[in-house]
Design a protein around this ligand. Structure first.
Ligand code: GDP
Ligand code: IMO
Ligand code: MG
Length: 418
């Protein structure tokens, strides 16, 4: 029986999961998304083309790969159908390479309205959600009233839809939502193979197929272990791949942990190493740190090893992948946070109180490099200052940095050992 490899974000999302999944896909038969929904924005660049995926797995642009949207994902049919049409326009035969889990939950138009209403009710305590209805859809799943993709095949789907929609409308205090296009898109999804993905996944592994699971968001946005309540509503950790695809923990193989050479965060919540200065602005401009889903400017800051070690521990990361190293080109000094100071004490772990008490980061400074690394394609050709930076991260996390990314294109990737 084969094991399943997992790609995960180690920070607050947008680490570059889309790029790496696309780059690794030629090694796999199947790529599967296991949680999150259209709150995700996974960018892929190849040659002069680029695409931002929201719900479709990032293996879709590699011919011959099967893509599965797992049961742990929440799907907005309108967004998914728009995405599928745009991918088809790029010449991809989506119908023959995408399957959708029966047990995946649907995001209704009223879930988006509930998301907006909950956010505006929070005043200055807003989470800063993507507004895609993620929280309310997962709430209905946990409340056992959600609608699932498999329900689309039932003769009374529309009645079930109307019952849940009307319940939401009552909560919202409104009597109408424009849902004709949503219903049309929901019906159009029935063209795709709708599968028992847990059975399919296990039989694929049993028959020797290789599977890559694609995470969305990042470890610090996990509903249990992230900076709650400033998190998303799903399990973004490696364990989430088991629940979101129906595979046993013993079936997990390599765990790829993706992190940026610095840090970003979109939306509200603690960010100990945030830079509200000219260096932060430089990282935002050079790194094009604007949301792939919402266009919001991303908050930027130095790499946080306390948070990274926490993510490595929670995920059992076996292989680290450092992204956007090129964005640090030309900086005189690069800082890494190695500890936190809280209430007068220094701590080296990620605290429960992260969302409540002020944290002062403790930094170690590294000398920057003054060359442009974006055309480097071998590890040996990288500047020694960058190699020192990487060696320190490896020593602090106990995990090798096996891949170094030096640009958005799938080819701007340096493989060391994997
Ligand atoms: P994801 O959500 O984890 O897939 O990441 P996003 O796509 O939201 O954000 C990552 C951004 O960084 C995208 O615009 C990528 O094209 C870009 N990117 C990925 N890797 C690199 C890299 O090594 N260097 C640079 N400069 N950009 C990168
Ligand atoms: P990818 O997969 C970065 C953030 C939102 C907000 C919080 C909750 O592209 O890395 P939600 O809409 O999920 O209820 O919002 O989570 N967030 C992300 N931040 N990348 C993402 O996805 C995100 N998905 C959600 O900004 O702070
Ligand atoms: Mg993203």
């Amino acid at each position: 029986m084969n094991t399943i490899d997992v790609v995960l974000g180690m920070q607050w999302g947008d680490e570059g999961k889309g790029k790496i999944v696309d780059a690794l896909t030629p090694r796999y038969d199947v790529v599967a998304r296991f949680q999150g929904g259209p709150n995700a924005g996974h960018s892929i660049y190849f040659g002069d083309r680029s695409f931002v995926l929201h719900t479709v797995p990032s293996g879709i642009f590699r011919q011959g790969t099967q893509n599965i949207i797992g049961n742990g994902v929440v799907i907005d049919p309108l967004i998914l159908m728009d995405e599928i049409r745009a991918i088809e326009q790029m010449g991809v035969d989506v119908l023959s390479s995408l399957r959708i889990a029966k047990r995946a939950h649907l995001i209704l138009p009223t879930h988006r309205l509930l998301d907006a209403a909950q956010e505006s009710g929070k005043g200055k305590n807003k989470v800063g959600t993507t507004g895609k209805g993620i929280g309310p859809a997962y709430t209905d799943k946990a409340s056992r009233i959600g609608l699932r993709v498999g329900d689309l095949l039932l003769p009374d789907f529309e009645e079930r839809y109307h019952a849940l929609r009307d319940q939401h409308l009552r909560l919202l205090g409104i009597d109408h939502v424009d849902d004709a296009a949503w219903l049309e898109a929901a019906m159009a999804l029935r063209r795709f193979p709708i599968i028992d993905n847990e059975v399919e996944m296990n039989s694929l592994l049993a028959s020797g197929h290789s599977v890559l699971a694609e995470g969305a968001q990042g470890s610090l946005l996990d509903v249990d272990f992230g900076t709650y309540p400033f998190v998303t509503s799903s399990s973004t950790l490696c364990a989430g791949a088991c629940i979101g695809l129906g595979v046993a923990p013993a079936r997990i193989g390599k765990v790829y942990g993706i992190f940026k050479a610095y840090c970003t965060r979109v939306g509200a919540g603690p960010f100990p190493t945030e830079l509200n200065d000219a260096t932060g602005e430089t990282l935002r401009q050079i790194g094009h740190e604007f949301g792939a889903t919402t266009g919001r400017p991303r908050r930027t800051g130095w790499l946080d090893l306390v948070a990274l070690r926490y993510a490595v521990m929670m995920n059992g990361t076996t292989s680290l992948i450092m992204m956007k190293s090129d964005v640090l080109n030309g900086l005189d000094t690069i800082r890494i946070c190695v500890g936190y100071r809280m209430g007068g004490k220094q701590i080296d772990y990620f605290p429960f109180e992260a969302a409540g008490e002020p944290i002062e980061p403790v930094y170690r400074d590294f000398k920057g490099w003054q060359t442009d690394i974006s055309s480097c394609r071998t590890y040996d050709s990288l500047p020694s200052e960058l190699k020192d930076y990487i060696a320190f991260i490896e020593q602090q996390t106990g995990v090798p940095v096996d891949i170094v990314s030096v640009g958005p294109d799938r080819d701007a990737t340096i493989y060391r050992t994997v």
